[in-house]
Structure formats: structure tokens, C-alpha cells
Write a protein that binds this ligand. Structure first.
Ligand code: GLN
Length: 441
């Protein structure tokens, strides 16, 4: 097959199936031309990739799921995209998300919700719900998402695919529209571990354009070829109760498999984990309130009608969705003088403690195992209370706050709904996650 034939086949599938799914916000109309021009000798020649719409693509509309960027055509390319394209990959289209990545269901997209391919009455998870649904429904073999507090892992779990949140800094954030900069990471979604490795090797590695970029060259495919000696696996005690029957069963079965593989298994405690949500929902909105200050209608994106500055700024920012407004208010509040010490500074101190605890845990074990989510995909409209929506991130925000790599892998079903489990590795040991997941696959 030529790159063009592959792209055509996937485009056809998207055109036939996406109207019922809502995974894509924009299709790349130039993809067939690009496929014709691709050098067939390149390692990723003709590989179609779907890209979460908060990752900028040169010349291709990038909305971040927001009315504020509804007509934004970026004049530059995110580093991750530039690297994929340089190896011959094709951007098939841009996928739906919660506005600016703020949500756990993709229902906060300003445009439309995405449906779960396993059940059209349920959410695909979020905020990378479009990417997860597209991969699960085979509208595309691979996709990019972003993970601030779980947005790659949770939708991967809800849609029965693999999703990796790399160590903070391993994939350049240049061109990723900022939500909470100390947490944001681009990560891949795929239907196999080897496909995750392919994307990571292509896009990870040092980038001078991102000040927090790590100089840790990716060696994912190489690592997958090495034999795996049994490791010490820690099951996180704080994530063992309150899970749905299918999640409990998947966990039990996975432990059996790891035991058979010769892994040493022990229960370990990460005491701050149950409170990680509280800190996350202070720190992430705080950073968001600063990052989103730029959408005032003066530089780019949507600008309301009018002559006078403040009314224009006000009307422009009025177009943020409800959840984004809520985060800006919370973030501004926790950073305001008088409350800064009580909220923001305490959350920062908590984050340091959580990180230290995780570090100590990795003296005892090589990897942590816990569910990705306490239950499978919930119904569309099923979390009208914002706090109930925030609680969906219970098990994912720990690795985020600690900056650690974490991977969600498909581990069974509850009825017709997929269940995902999560592996967390020490800082910089992303490759280990994939090696272990491959042994499980
Ligand atoms: N659901 C979390 C939030 O709303 C995480 C989102 C994300 O990782 N982008 O902040």
C-alpha cells in the first residue's frame, strides 16, 4: 500500500463512522496531497496520526476545544508534530477535548461531546476523549493526547486502549496549548505497546524550545527488545477500596499474571495519594488562571465586537465555557494575597511531600500498580456536579503531581465496558512501563 492509499482508507473510515462518534473536530484536508509527497523511505512514512486539538499544527485549525480559538490557524508547529512529520507521519485530523483540557469526559468541549465507541450512551473519558475514541474505533492507528492530571490515561482506560503519560519533560511542550504548565505532558495513545514505543521514539527527547525539556534520549523500541527480568511490584493500598467489581476483578487477574511472570508482589502505602486531588485542584487552576490570561482578544483568537478595551476584553472572555470560568475564578482566588499561604503555598508543600513519599516507595519496589479509574466509563451527563467530575481523577493525579511516568493498559471488561489498570515507574524510567506492559500483553 502507498501512503496515499493508507490515508484514503482511514479517511473513508472517519467519514463513515465519525458522525456517530464525534471524535474529530477538524480533518486535515491536505492529507492526501501530503501523503503523495511523503518519502516512502522514511521510518513512519504514511503513518496516519490523530492529534488532540490543543497541540498546534501549522496551517491546520487548532481550537483547544474552545470558542476563543475557534478560527485559530497556528503559524507554527509543535515540536512533537514537527518530529513526527519529519519521519513521514501524516496528521489525519484534530481530535475533540474538554476546553483547554479541563475535564474528564470531553463533555466540556465547546463544540460537542464525543461518545464512547463501546457504548454511545457513555463518555470516552477526557480530556483526550477524541483521541482515545478515534484509536479505539480504529479511525486511526495512533493518536496524541495531553495529560495534566490524567487526560491520556483515563480516556485510554475508558476506551480500552494504551495511554502513556511520560515523565514530565520527556516530550517537548513547545506548541502544546498551556493549561497547567508544571503538569502538562504530551502522551501517545495506541492499541499496542509497540505502537506507543514507535511514537515515543519519534517525538521524545531534548528540545531547546521547551525550558523544562529533559535530556533523556528515548530508547523505547530498543528497550522492548531486551529480556525482562522479574521486578518488584507494589500494589498501592490506598487504591484498593471503593472500586467497582470489574476493576477489582481486573486487578486480581493482573496480579495473577504478574505472579506467573515471576514478579514479587507486595502491598505498599502512598499515604498522601487520597488527598492528591485536593492539591491538584488548587495547583492546576492556579496555573490555568495565569496561562489563560492571554485570551483577551487583543493578540489572537476570538475578539468581541467593540471599540473600548475593557468591554471588548470582558465580552471576549465571556465566551469561555462554564468550567473554564470556574477554574479561572478558583485559580485567581487561591493566588490572591491573603489566601495564597492558606491554599497555594500549602498545596505546593503537599506536592513536595507526595513526591518524597513516591521516591521512598521506589526504594522498596520497581513499579507501582493501581487502577487507572475506580470504575469504567460513566454515562453522558452522569457527572453534573463539578466535584463529582473532579473525583474521577482520584488515581491519576498522584503521578502527575510527582512528575512520574504512568501508563494505562487495557486489563479486562466490566460487562461491555473496558477496564484499565495503571503502572507508575520511577522518574525517567518510562521505558520500564512499556516493557512490563508488553509482558502483560
Ligand atoms: N480531569 C483533569 C482536569 O480537569 C485532568 C485533565 C488533564 O489531564 N488535562 O484538570
Amino acid at each position: 500500500l502507498s501512503p496515499k492509499e493508507v490515508a484514503e482508507a482511514y479517511l473513508k473510515r472517519v467519514q463513515a463512522l465519525d458522525p456517530g462518534l464525534g471524535a474529530f473536530l477538524t480533518l486535515n484536508e491536505r492529507v492526501l496531497e501530503e501523503a503523495e509527497r511523503v518519502d516512502p523511505g522514511l521510518p513512519l512514512a504514511g503513518l496516519p496520526v490523530a492529534v488532540k486539538d490543543n497541540i498546534v499544527t501549522k496551517g491546520l485549525r487548532t481550537t483547544a476545544g474552545s470558542r476563543l480559538l475557534e478560527t485559530f490557524i497556528p503559524p507554527y508547529e509543535a515540536t512533537a508534530i514537527a518530529r513526527l512529520r519529519a519521519l513521514g507521519a501524516l496528521v489525519l485530523g484534530k481530535t475533540n477535548l474538554d476546553e483547554f483540557g479541563m475535564g474528564s469526559s470531553t463533555e466540556h468541549s465547546a463544540f460537542f461531546p464525543t461518545k464512547n465507541p463501546f457504548d454511545p450512551g457513555r463518555v470516552p473519558g477526557g480530556s483526550s476523549g477524541g483521541s482515545a475514541a478515534a484509536v479505539a474505533a480504529d479511525l486511526v492507528p495512533l493518536a496524541l493526547g495531553s495529560d495534566t492530571g490524567g487526560s491520556v490515561r483515563q480516556p485510554a482506560a475508558f476506551c480500552g486502549v494504551y495511554g502513556l503519560k511520560p515523565t514530565y519533560g520527556r516530550v517537548s511542550r513547545y506548541g502544546l496549548i498551556a493549561y497547567a504548565s508544571s503538569l502538562d505532558q504530551i502522551g501517545p495513545l495506541a492499541r499496542s505497546v509497540r505502537d506507543l514505543a514507535l511514537l515515543m521514539d519519534a517525538m521524545a527527547g531534548f528540545d531547546p524550545l521547551d525550558a523544562t525539556s529533559l535530556d533523556l534520549p528515548p530508547r523505547f523500541q530498543e528497550a522492548l527488545a531486551e529480556p525482562l527480568s522479574p521486578l518488584r511490584l507494589g500494589v498501592v493500598r490506598e487504591a484498593l477500596s471503593g472500586n467497582s467489581p470489574g476493576v477489582e476483578r481486573a486487578l486480581g487477574e493482573a496480579l495473577e499474571v504478574f505472579r506467573t511472570l515471576g514478579f514479587g508482589i507486595k502491598e505498599v502505602s502512598w499515604p498522601t495519594l487520597p488527598l492528591a486531588l485536593n492539591a491538584y485542584y488548587i495547583l492546576a487552576p492556579a496555573e490555568a488562571s495565569a496561562n489563560l490570561a492571554r485570551y483577551d482578544g487583543t493578540l489572537y483568537g476570538y475578539r468581541a465586537e467593540g471599540e473600548e478595551l475593557w468591554p471588548v476584553v470582558e465580552a471576549t472572555r465571556g465566551r469561555f465555557g462554564l468550567e473554564v470560568k470556574r477554574r479561572i475564578l478558583v485559580g485567581t482566588f487561591v493566588l490572591s494575597s491573603g489566601y495564597y499561604e492558606a491554599y497555594y503555598a500549602r498545596a505546593q508543600a503537599f506536592r513536595r511531600r507526595l513526591r518524597a513519599e513516591a521516591k521512598a516507595l521506589f526504594q522498596e519496589v520497581d513499579l507501582l500498580l493501581l487502577p487507572t479509574t475506580p470504575h469504567p466509563a460513566f454515562p453522558l451527563g452522569g457527572r453534573p456536579d463539578p466535584l463529582a467530575m473532579y473525583r474521577e481523577d482520584l488515581y491519576t493525579v498522584g503521578a502527575s503531581l510527582a512528575g512520574l511516568p504512568a501508563l494505562s493498559f487495557p486489563a479486562g471488561f466490566e460487562g461491555h465496558l473496558p477496564v484499565g489498570l495503571q503502572l507508575v515507574a520511577p522518574w525517567g524510567q518510562d521505558e520500564r512501563l512499556l516493557r512490563v506492559a508488553l509482558a502483560f500483553e
